[in-house]
Design a protein. Structure first.
Length: 229
């Protein structure tokens, strides 16, 4: 079971980015654009969508296997330029891999020519959001930096993890975007850990999920060969 909730605290994800983007704060944004013209987006990471695994609820009708996906990052008050068919969010630093973990993965992966990426858009139920913050249970795939317990520890040890808050934009379709990047040989154990996290007997907080879809992708490392992670 995930060990960290989104109950606000001095370093909790729920406490960060409470202010909507309005020019009064600077955020780190990421946009995942599907079938976009790369010349209109600018510098970005490029992926190929290989598999769609629908967990709960409908997935976007414009998402399909074989699509090219561009991830663009920008820092500022507004999201980066993206296509109309995009998933956009702001980074939750305390709920993502730490800089130290990031550096360690980069060192271990230095000689690898392949990457697998997983983007998991998900929303929580209206009942969850209506609860007072101090009564909200842990949210799926949201844990802060440190040593997580159970299957989350397997994910933390094998994958780069970034949590994006999609609710930073008004009328957003999704609440969060969880991004995992891994080596091909780590796909099987990470999939097993994700399945364990979805087991309601072990993780009853999964019942608070309204929608979720897994978008499995391969990352094109030839786009930015100097930046392998």
């Amino acid at each position: 079971m995930l060990s960290v909730s989104l109950i606000p605290g001095p370093t909790s994800p729920e406490e960060t980015l409470r202010e909507a983007p309005s020019g009064r704060a600077s955020h780190t944004w990421a946009s995942f654009s599907f079938d976009a013209d790369a010349s209109e987006i600018g510098r970005s990471d490029r992926y190929r969508l290989e598999m769609i695994n629908l967990i709960r609820g409908p997935h976007p009708t414009w998402v399909r296997c074989g699509q090219t996906v561009h991830r663009t990052e920008a820092t500022g008050a507004r999201p980066p330029v993206s296509s109309p068919r995009s998933l956009i969010g702001t980074v939750e630093p305390v709920a993502s891999s730490s800089p130290e973990a990031h550096a360690e993965l980069a060192r271990r992966w230095m000689d690898s020519r392949w990457r697998v990426a997983l983007l998991i858009p998900f929303t929580l139920t209206a009942e969850w959001w209506r609860l007072p913050r101090e009564e909200r249970p842990s949210a799926h795939l949201c844990w802060t930096q440190g040593t997580p317990a159970g299957p989350a520890s397997e994910i933390a040890a094998r994958a780069l993890r970034i949590l994006y808050r999609a609710r930073s934009l008004p009328d957003a379709e999704w609440d969060f975007l969880a991004y995992l990047e891994m080596l091909p040989q780590d796909v099987a154990p990470i999939r097993a850990s994700l399945a364990e996290l979805r087991d309601r007997r072990r993780n009853p907080t999964f019942s608070h999920l309204d929608r979720m879809v897994e978008l499995w992708m391969t990352k094109d490392l030839s786009v930015h060969p100097a930046r392998r992670i």
